[in-house]
Design a protein around this ligand. Structure first.
Ligand SMILES: *[C@@H]1O[C@H](CO)[C@@H](O)[C@H](O)[C@H]1NC(C)=O
Length: 218
C-alpha cells in the first residue's frame, strides 16, 4: 500500500459534546515519507483507496494539511470550527483538496467563505462546526461525492460501529467525518492525543445542526 489515508473502526459508546480540552489543529508539514505511509497513522487503522470515502477532503493552511472535512454539496465543505482557531479564518490562507487519499494530489479548490458557528468557543468547544464555501464548484463523480448527512435530530444508537477517517497526523484528523451506517453523523472535535486507551474522542453531533447547515449554505 502506498497510500497515506487510513481509517479506524471504533465502537460508538455515545456521542457527547461540551467538556473543555480543545486541541488546536496543528498544521503539520507533510514529508514524502509520510505520504508513502508504510504504517497506519490512525491508531489501529487500515489503509483505504481513492474513492472509498468520496466526500473526504483535506483542508490546507498555506498548503499544508491541517484538518479533514466532508463535501456536502458542490460548493460547501463541512468541518470543525476549531480548525481555524489557531491560524485565523482568513480564507485566502486556506485551500481544499478533493479526490485523493494522497495529500500531495487531488484537485485543489480556493476558499471563498468560512462560516464558523456563531456560538463556537475555544474554551467550551461547544458548537465546533464550520462550513467553507469553495471555488470553483467541485466536480462530482468517480472518486468524488457528497456525504450523506443524518436527518435533523436523528439519534445514533449507542453500541453501533462507527468509522472515523483521516490521515492520522495526531491533530490532523480534526474536522474529519465519523460515519455510522454510511451517514456522516459526527465531526472530529477533540480528544486526548494518540488515542489513549480509556479516554473518549469527542465528535460534534451533526444531526443537531441540520437547520444551521441549511441556513448557512442557502
Ligand atoms: C447561540 O446562543 C444563543 C444563546 O444561547 C442562542 O440564543 C442562539 O440561538 C445560538 N445561536 C445558534 C446559531 O445556535
Amino acid at each position: 500500500m502506498k497510500d497515506s489515508f487510513f481509517v479506524v473502526l471504533v465502537t460508538l459508546l455515545g456521542l457527547s459534546l461540551g467538556a473543555p480540552g480543545l486541541h488546536h489543529p496543528w498544521h503539520l508539514r507533510t514529508s514524502p515519507e509520510w505520504n508513502q505511509g508504510k504504517e497506519p497513522y490512525i491508531v489501529g487503522g487500515v489503509a483505504v483507496n481513492d474513492g472509498d470515502f468520496p466526500s473526504m477532503v483535506s483542508l490546507k493552511y498555506e498548503g499544508f494539511h491541517t484538518c479533514g472535512g466532508s463535501i456536502i454539496n458542490q460548493e460547501w465543505i463541512l468541518t470543525a470550527a476549531h480548525c481555524t482557531a489557531l491560524n485565523g479564518a482568513d480564507e485566502s490562507a486556506y485551500s481544499v483538496s478533493v479526490g485523493s487519499i494522497r495529500l500531495d494530489q487531488g484537485t485543489v479548490h480556493q476558499v471563498l467563505e468560512i462560516h464558523e458557528h456563531q456560538n463556537f468557543s475555544q474554551y467550551t468547544t461547544l458548537d465546533d462546526i464550520s462550513l467553507w464555501k469553495v471555488t470553483p464548484p467541485i466536480q462530482l463523480g468517480g472518486v468524488v461525492g457528497i456525504a450523506n448527512l443524518p436527518a435533523k435530530n436523528e439519534e445514533t444508537p449507542a453500541g453501533k460501529q462507527a468509522t472515523v477517517v483521516g490521515w492520522g497526523y495526531i491533530y490532523g484528523d480534526s474536522g474529519g467525518p465519523l460515519y455510522v451506517d454510511n451517514k456522516n453523523v459526527g465531526i472530529v472535535s477533540w480528544g486526548q492525543p494518540c488515542a489513549i486507551k480509556g479516554y473518549p474522542t469527542v465528535y460534534t453531533r451533526v444531526a443537531e445542526y441540520i437547520d444551521w447547515i441549511q441556513e448557512t449554505i442557502r
